[in-house]
Ligand binder design. Structure first.
Ligand SMILES: Nc1nc2c(ncn2[C@@H]2O[C@H](COP(=O)(O)OP(=O)(O)OP(=O)(O)O)[C@@H](O)[C@H]2O)c(=O)[nH]1
Ligand SMILES: [Zn+2]
Length: 400
């Protein structure tokens, strides 16, 4: 599947199983029990001349896609592909524009036709998962950060970085509307924490367990130790795609290196000179792991703001269940009699800080949801006004 001139446009049979190279960049394993994701077979059939590729970078004017892992030798394992015209980002809103979240994002699978440098994307394969966030700025905007991700490692150092409240925020945003990937909390720096305070690792895990989020997977690692990183093997099977999130210094690069099984180069010093002689950190957007899984590194994951579509009830099911038992349906859990939430806090069954964080995140999500509703209403207004104006012009000048 590597792109060698002459091979690129040769028609191939429809993919039902896949080549090792596509799989190394996350093409899902296909077997009798695992069919291709919904809608894929039909699109592959509709474009018999096309070949699948994965988006690894998104730019204003187009995309960089890959059909094989970048092995450092092959000149064209990733390349720029021209996008469908409706996906190029206009300077201003245009009528009939494709919403940002409906255009391909990093991690999406597309179908490509033509040889490099004339390769062009002809279709977007339906994504099975998405990570979204609210974009910064005055007006409501949604941003799709990554698609087709199986697992997100929420990386958190067991030093000053350890903060259950921030973990709760990550979990809410990663899970999104329910179409998000599975979050796994990865606590790093077990070696440092244990040396400072014996029992600290166990205590931190217990604290997360006590949150009342029963479905949550938690693992502890020394990110600098390859053997220790094997604790994550469960999520690194062939054909799987993972993403790492977490604050600066949490150990994401260190963990990546350990998952790659390479001896520690000094993290943060993997640098080379660019054409202008500056030092730049080498960046690879898609990293195939020896386990057969692949890792996507996208800068967009650093800050996550709610889109307004997140399902607070899923991440805080324990509090929602308590609220059901309050005497009043609309209990605000403040001073109402018969409040089951306050009772749980008083008896020590619910952490007051978790409750406070729930209220905060719920308000943030509600605030974003309001903005989203406004945007939809405005679009609707603009449409109605446009129609009214057309009608008036027609009445005056006749149909044109
Ligand atoms: N002892 C020990 N040190 C660790 C561990 N994980 C990370 N570190 C160290 O912590 C520092 C920061 O780790 P990085 O991997 O650079 O953190 P990062 O999350 O990639 O940070 P950004 O690139 O800023 O987002 C480095 O000096 C690592 O060597 C661990 O499990 N044990
Ligand atoms: Zn209540």
């Amino acid at each position: 599947m590597r792109l060698e001139s002459g091979h690129a446009s040769r028609p191939r049979p429809i993919l039902t199983s896949t080549s090792a190279e596509l799989q190394a960049i996350g093409w899902p394993l296909v077997g009798p029990a695992d069919p291709l994701p919904a809608g894929w077979a039909a699109l592959l059939k509709a474009h018999p001349e096309a070949r699948p590729a994965r988006i690894i970078e998104q730019h204003r004017s187009g995309y960089v896609v890959a059909e094989a892992p970048d092995d450092g030798e092959s000149p064209v394992s990733s390349y720029r592909a021209e996008s469908l015209p409706e996906w190029t980002r206009p300077a201003r809103y245009r009528k009939g524009e494709v919403a940002p979240e409906e255009r391909p994002a990093v991690g999406d699978w597309v179908l490509v036709e033509g040889e490099v440098p004339k390769a062009r994307i002809v279709a977007l394969l339906p994504r099975w998962s998405a990570i979204k966030r609210g974009a910064a700025g005055e007006h409501y905007k949604q941003q799709l950060i990554a698609a087709n991700i199986d697992t997100v490692f929420v990386v958190c150092g067991l030093d000053d970085d350890f903060n259950p409240r921030r973990i709760e925020r990550y979990l809410l945003l990663v899970r999104g509307t329910g179409d998000g990937p599975e979050p796994v909390v990865v606590l790093t720096k077990t070696d440092l924490a244990e040396a400072a305070t014996p029992g600290a690792v166990e205590a931190a895990v217990a604290e997360l367990r006590a949150l009342g989020d029963d479905t949550l997977a938690v693992r502890t690692v020394n990110a600098r130790d390859t053997t220790s990183a094997r604790a994550l093997g469960e999520w690194l099977a062939p054909g799987r795609t993972v993403v790492l999130v977490g604050s600066s210094g949490a150990g994401k690069s260190t963990l990546t290196n350990s998952l790659l099984g390479i001896e520690r180069m000094k993290t943060g010093e993997v640098r080379e000179r660019d054409s202008k002689g500056r030092h730049t950190t080498t960046h690879r957007a898609l990293i195939p792991l020896p386990s057969g899984a692949c890792l996507i590194d996208t800068p967009g994951m650093r800050e996550l703001k709610p889109t307004g579509e997140e399902d607070v009830t899923e991440s805080f099911a324990d509090i929602e269940a308590l609220a059901e038992q309050c005497r009043f349906r609309d209990c605000a859990h403040a001073r109402e009699p018969g409040c089951a939430v306050r009772a749980a806090i008083e008896s020590g069954r619910l952490d007051p800080q978790r409750f406070a964080n729930y209220l905060k995140l719920r308000d943030e999500v509600a605030g974003a949801a309001d903005k989203l509703a406004n945007r939809l209403a405005q679009k609707q207004d603009a449409k109605v006004q446009g129609k009214t104006l057309n009608k008036r012009l027609e009445d005056k000048y006749g149909k044109r």
